[in-house]
Ligand binder design. Structure first.
Ligand SMILES: [Fe+2]
Length: 245
């Protein structure tokens, strides 16, 4: 079975359209989406419309999805995130808002052997940035393989014989998973990469071969930036796309 794991689209229609057009994506059996469909980018409605076209997707909500669908207030967001959340609320139609509202809370166990969460397994909004936090997240994980998003930073944490290790994810990394190791993986972000590489990223997991493939791809950044600027959203949301921060 081929899984495609992706996260943090953030209303970036250009990056999302490109993802779904990739040849590799045509061979996918099941999609796992780790949250933050909207927020930051200029195309919340069209992004949700495109998301609806994906068949066989298991999704969870992100913190931006919660704030934009009014499940939480934007008071804890930084000013740029709060501005874009309030702007997004005004754009999204009723039907699409309902879809956001219905996204499930993480963590979720998929097919009895994969855990998906937005931030961590113990708190959907918690950022896992360190090995210590990764161990904590794995402690609450009921499966040996887990995927998380939220940081927009692609990485693999491994736990074997009580020892934690970390593997950076570079261009087209392929890793065979060891059955005696526990894994917590982040596919990076589709719509707003933050590891100094502006290209979008995702993971393909072949559960038969137990193989992980990390894939990066380019998209029309200029077009996404132009729309952000034309919408009157904060300039940083446009400029950060080309620097990948
Ligand atoms: Fe995010």
């Amino acid at each position: 079975m081929n899984y495609l794991i992706f996260s943090d689209i953030h209303s970036n229609l250009e990056a999302f359209e490109k993802l779904l057009s990739l040849k590799k994506v045509q061979e996918v059996d099941k999609f796992l989406f780790l949250g933050d469909l909207v927020g930051y980018g200029a195309d919340p409605n069209l992004t949700i419309e495109l998301y609806k076209t994906i068949k066989n997707v298991h999704s969870i909500r992100g913190n931006h999805d919660k704030v934009i669908s009014d499940l939480e207030s934007s008071s804890l967001f930084n000013p740029v995130a709060a501005f874009s959340a309030e702007w997004s609320k005004l754009q999204i139609n009723k039907e699409n808002m309902k879809l956001l509202l219905d996204l499930k809370k993480g963590p979720q166990v998929v097919d009895r052997f994969i855990t998906i969460c937005h931030g961590s397994t113990f708190d959907e909004d918690y950022y896992v940035f360190s090995m210590f936090e990764a161990v904590e997240s794995m402690r609450f994980m009921q499966t040996s393989i887990g995927f998380f998003g939220h940081t927009h930073f692609p990485i693999i944490y491994l736990l074997r014989n009580e020892k934690i290790d970390v593997v950076p994810l570079n261009k087209n990394t392929k890793i065979k998973l060891d059955p005696n190791t526990r894994y917590l993986l982040n596919p990076g972000s589709i719509g707003q990469p933050r590891d100094k590489d502006p290209n979008s990223s995702f993971i393909i997991f072949d559960s038969t071969k137990r193989e992980i493939q990390f894939i990066r791809y380019s998209y029309n950044i200029k077009k996404a930036q132009k729309k952000i600027r034309e919408a009157g959203l904060p300039e940083i949301l446009a400029s950060r796309l080309e620097s990948g921060i």
